[in-house]
Design a protein around this ligand. Sequence first.
Ligand code: URA
Ligand code: CA
Length: 434
Amino acid sequence: MWPIDCIEHKRDGLVLTASEIDRFIHDYTQGKITDYQAAAWLMAVYLNGMTAEETTELTKAMSHSGDVVDLSSVSGIKVDKHSTGGIADTTTLIVAPLVAAAGVPVAKMSGRGLGFTGGTIDKLESIPGFRTELTQTEFLEQVRRIGISVIGQSAKIAPADKLLYALRDATGTVASIPLIASSIMSKKIASGADAIVLDVKYGDGAFMKTCEEARKLAHTMVQIGKLAHRPTTAVITSMEAPLGTAIGNSLEVDEAVEALSGHGGKRLMTVVEAIGTQMLVMGQKAKTEAEGRKRIQQLVASGAGLAKFKQFVGAQHGSVSWIGKRPLTKAPKVFTAVSTESGYITAIHGRALGAVAMTMGAGRARKEDTVDPVVGIRLFKEVYDEIHAGEVLFTLYGNARADMQTLAQQCADQIIVEATPCRDQKPVVSEIIT
Ligand code: URA
Ligand code: CA
C-alpha cells in the first residue's frame, strides 16, 4: 500500500522506478506522506544507496517541486557555479564578474551563510544599499542589460529539498552521497542553469572530510548533470586551510576587490582561474582550457573584471564610491597580531578560525541570527608560507564589546608554525571531473 511499498522497496534494496520516486516527492511536499514515513525512506536510501538513474529522478522530482526559473529571455549559455561551502571562500564575488565580462551571462541565486561558512548574499549585503531581493523581472532585465545579477534564493525553489533537508538534519541522514548530490543539483536545475560548474571541497573546513569522498560526490553530480541534460563539471579543491585570507563579510568583499585589482592570494586565484576557465569553456566563450585561463588572467590584468563588479554593485543599488579607493571594512576595534616565531606555516585550521569569526558575529549559529558585516579575521600569510618573527600574521576586526586579546590568542592557536616546511602539501586544485 502506498507509500509503505515505496519505503519497503528501498528497505529491501530494490531499484525504485521513476514514477515511484516522483510520486513520493510530490506526495511528501503536499503533506500526504508523514515525516516519519519520509524519515524511514531517507534512512533506507542512506543505508542502501541509489543508482545514478534513481538519483537523477530524485533530483528532477525535487527540482520540479516548486518554481523553476525560466532564463530563456537571456541569450547565451547560462553557466551557474556552486561551491559546497568553505572558509574564506569568496570565489563567486571574483569569478562571476570575470566571466560576465567575457560574455557568459550570470543569473545567479545564492544562499546565506550558516555555521562557519559564509554565504555570498551576506557578503553582498555588507555593501551599503546593496539589494539582494529583486523581482524576477528586475533580475532578468539586469542580466540582459549588464550580463550579471546575483540575488537571494527564493523560498519557492525546490521546496521538497528544504523539507527533506530539515528532516535529514534531525534523523542522521545528511551524509549520504545520493541525498547530498540530488539536494544540490535540484536547486541548480530549478534555478534555470544550462550548465553547471561545481567546486567540491574536502578537508577540515569542508563538508566532505577526504578527497576520496569529495571525488565520489563530484562524480555523482556530474553524472546527474549528464542524465538531466545539464552539462556539469566539478573542480575538486582543498579546504585543509582557508582558501583566501579574509573571513568575515565585508572583509571578503574587500578581498574580492583586491583580487579583481590583480592582488589576489595564490590559493584563491588558483581556484578562481580553475572555475572561471571551466565556465568560459562551458559557456562557449573559450575553445580550450588554455584559452579560457588566459582570458581570465587578461580580464583581471585589464581591470575589466573590476569594472564589471562595480557596474553590478551599482545596478543593485550598492555604494560604489569606495571601490578601488579604500577598504569597505571599518570596525570599531582593530587588533594586529605579529608572529612570535620564525619558520614555516604548516597548517591553518580554517574551521576553528571560522568558529572564532562566528563568535565575533560574522556568522550564524541559527538561521534566524543576524550577522555583523564588519567583523572578522584577515590573514597576512597563507598555509605553507615562510614567516619571520615580528611579521604581521593577522588582523582582527571586532565590535565594541569584543575581547580582542582573547580572540587573538584563539586565532594564533590555529596557525601552526614549525621549523621545517610542511612535507605533505596538498595542491589547492587536485582534479577536474567532467
Ligand atoms: N548542501 C546542500 O544544499 N544539500 C546537502 O544535502 C548538503 C549540502
Ligand atoms: Ca561559500
